[in-house]
Design a protein around this ligand. Structure first.
Ligand code: AMP
Length: 170
């Protein structure tokens, strides 16, 4: 059970937020294996060509899954981190805004992309990531998360894309 490896940290990083700490899951050989196997089972590897993960915890699960299924990995990063030509998307947060970037040549036109992040909250981050991949010609096959905070309704922000999560907090 994935749930048993997730630690709730109240009021982190600010008051009112219950932070889902995945470090016990990563630290546990069984937890790590179970989470990657769960993502692999949820998303048929024949349905996508490449995996795209969002900095930074999306890198951990996305890369491990890519390795497990024999695919490549594309990073979406915070601004100023990618060295080649990039495009960016800015999205609104409760207070302020955030930006994510991808290399403009990261996907081939029509390439089928599985999107991976650790957690779906309001959906703002993944929604911006979907825009980035589509703008450079990628075809999104599905989004996969270890944790979904269902009570925040992030799914609605992602349109009609297929969404998989290993655990849902309603
Ligand atoms: P959102 O854009 O609101 O869907 O937020 C998703 C991103 O923020 C993910 O990359 C998560 O790692 C992080 N995040 C948001 N809320 C939490 C939370 N309660 N616990 C842990 N990570 C979170």
């Amino acid at each position: 059970m994935i749930e048993t490896y997730i630690r709730d940290i109240p009021d982190f990083p600010k008051p009112g937020i219950i932070f889902k700490d995945i470090t016990p899951l990563l630290q546990s050989p069984d937890g790590l294996r179970e989470s990657i196997a769960g993502l692999q089972a949820a998303c048929d590897p024949s349905s996508y060509d490449v995996i795209c993960g969002i900095e930074s915890r999306g890198f951990i699960f996305g890369t491990a899954l890519a390795h497990a299924v024999g695919k490549g990995f594309i990073p979406i990063r915070k601004p100023g981190k990618l060295p080649h030509e990039t495009i960016s998307e800015t999205y609104e947060l409760e207070y302020g805004s955030d930006t994510v970037e991808i290399h403009s040549d990261a996907v081939q036109p029509g390439e089928r992309v599985l999107m991976v992040d650790d957690l779906l909250a309001t959906g703002g981050t993944m929604s911006a990531a979907l825009n980035l991949v589509r703008r450079i010609g990628g075809e999104i096959t599905a989004c996969a998360f270890v944790i979904e905070l269902g009570f925040l309704g992030g799914r609605e922000k992602l349109g009609d894309v297929e969404i998989h999560s290993l655990m849902n907090v309603e």
